[in-house]
Design a protein around this ligand. Structure first.
Ligand SMILES: Cc1cc2nc3c(=O)[nH]c(=O)nc-3n(C[C@H](O)[C@H](O)[C@H](O)COP(=O)(O)OP(=O)(O)OC[C@H]3O[C@@H](n4cnc5c(N)ncnc54)[C@H](O)[C@@H]3O)c2cc1C
Length: 393
């Protein structure tokens, strides 16, 4: 049996950050991962460029049953701390809309930075390690058995992430360990995921496949103003992914296809100035022809504005600016970026990430019931929670 101070299960974003910080404190750290590569999700993130953080990190951009839980960690290890690390490693990066920060070249730079920092403090990373059993010993020590070795440790950190992208090694391991030690696990579901449509809507919208438009997507007082993308399965694009984390099955979402236009007023004004203008000529300035054809009747599109009443203008505005649509589900974990729900934060110390009822057992990253918006928020949570645990394990 190998003795070590700290075992971290999961060589992903949060596990590596925790390993680095614990290593800096002189702790002997072993990281176990069943995958054949370190940080697979980091490598595939942000379309290969890793959206590693966001200039505008706020607790309101995270979803949790306990919305206060994430605040302390996010304040102690901030986006600026991670940016300092990135700059120390001379990784070129840039800002995109909504404060999102991406690598200029490749996500590999972030993964390599973490591995390098871990190596500097002699963290031992063991890949292809399947964990068969975890047991608690007297004095709050833990035994972790893998197919190759048994480890005896003082601190056990679960950093196994969520359920999204099973092909990348995602597993329910973290939730099972939580349950084994009596922690509550809140129901999980896919987040930041495309929405699928009922057959009738799908049939109508399939011709729009590939079209992206600027829109506001709303649900339950949440509004996201970004692109939406029509796909052959349903709706995607950043605004739809964002709302998917809030949307509940059976409910409707509202889409405003003309977020920057007061359409009703514009129609009336244009009718006064240019009564012979065809409705389609005016609308084509704002929206793709194929999309208009799906939302507005052809006969109406062909009419001059002078032949259209205010009541019909009102109707057209409703159809384009208050489009109510009822998704039939999501694409699920196969394509989801994150998992909502997870280990109940009420069972965890927000200062140390240690389980309240099982000393020495810690949970960090996405396995916890903390889910960020699209835009670098999920990595910032992984870095921050991993960093906090790293100060105590
Ligand atoms: C396609 C995609 C793109 C994304 N892009 C972004 C982005 O640009 N910006 C952003 O902020 N977030 C992004 N995310 C989300 C982000 O990747 C995760 O929130 C983040 O990686 C979570 O970190 P983590 O350490 O909790 O888990 P992970 O990084 O998922 O790491 C978990 C590790 O645990 C290992 N593991 C799992 N089960 C076991 C087991 N049973 N035994 C041993 N090891 C195990 C896994 O192999 C993995 O290495 C993206 C997610 C996906 C799927």
């Amino acid at each position: 049996m190998k003795k070590t101070d700290v075992i971290i299960v999961g060589a992903g974003a949060s596990g590596l950050m925790c390993a680095i910080e614990a290593g800096k404190r002189g702790r002997q750290v072993v990281v176990l991962d069943h995958a054949n590569k370190v940080g697979k999700k980091i490598l595939m993130s942000g379309g290969g460029r890793c959206n590693f953080t966001n200039y505008m990190i706020e607790a309101d951009c995270f979803i949790s049953n306990n919305p206060h839980f994430c605040k302390s960690a996010l304040q102690r290890f901030t986006q600026w701390d991670f940016i300092t690390m990135v700059e120390k490693h001379r990784i070129p990066y840039h800002e995109r809309e909504h404060g999102q920060l991406f690598c200029n070249d490749s996500a590999k730079a972030i993964r390599d930075m973490l591995v390098q920092e871990a190596e500097q403090v002699r963290v031992d990373i063991q890949l292809n390690s399947d964990i068969s059993k975890v047991a608690k010993k007297a004095g709050h020590h833990y035994i972790v058995s893998t197919t190759r070795e048994d480890y005896y440790c003082q601190s056990l950190i679960i950093a196994t992430g969520g359920l999204s992208i099973p092909k990348m090694g995602a597993s329910a391991f973290g939730y099972k360990i939580a349950e084994q030690f009596g922690l509550n696990v809140l129901p999980t579901r896919a987040g930041l995921v495309p929405l699928t449509l009922h057959e009738k809507d799908k049939k109508q919208l399939v011709p729009l496949s590939g079209i992206a438009v600027d829109a506001i997507v709303s649900y339950a007082q949440r509004n996201f103003h970004e692109n939406i993308l029509f796909t052959h399965r349903g709706l995607s694009g950043p605004a739809v992914l964002q709302i998917s984390s809030y949307w509940l099955p059976g409910e409707r979402v509202e889409i405003n296809l003309l977020p920057d236009v007061n359409l009703f007023e514009r129609l009336k004004e244009t009718k006064n100035k240019n009564p012979k203008l065809l409705l389609k000529t005016l609308l084509k300035e704002c929206l793709p022809k194929r999309l208009l054809a799906v939302r507005i009747e052809k006969d109406l599109l062909d009419l001059p504005l002078q032949n259209i009443s205010d009541a019909i203008f009102e109707q057209i505005s409703m159809q384009l600016c208050h489009w109510n649509i009822k998704p039939n589900g999501t694409e699920g974990y196969r394509t989801a970026e994150v998992t909502l729900g997870g280990v109940d934060c009420n069972a965890i110390s927000s200062k140390t990430m240690e389980s309240k009822n099982s000393p020495g057992l810690y949970f960090v990253g996405e396995v916890l019931d903390v889910t960020g918006w699209l835009g670098g928020y999920n990595f910032q949570w992984a870095w921050a929670s991993g960093w906090c645990a790293g100060q105590y394990v």
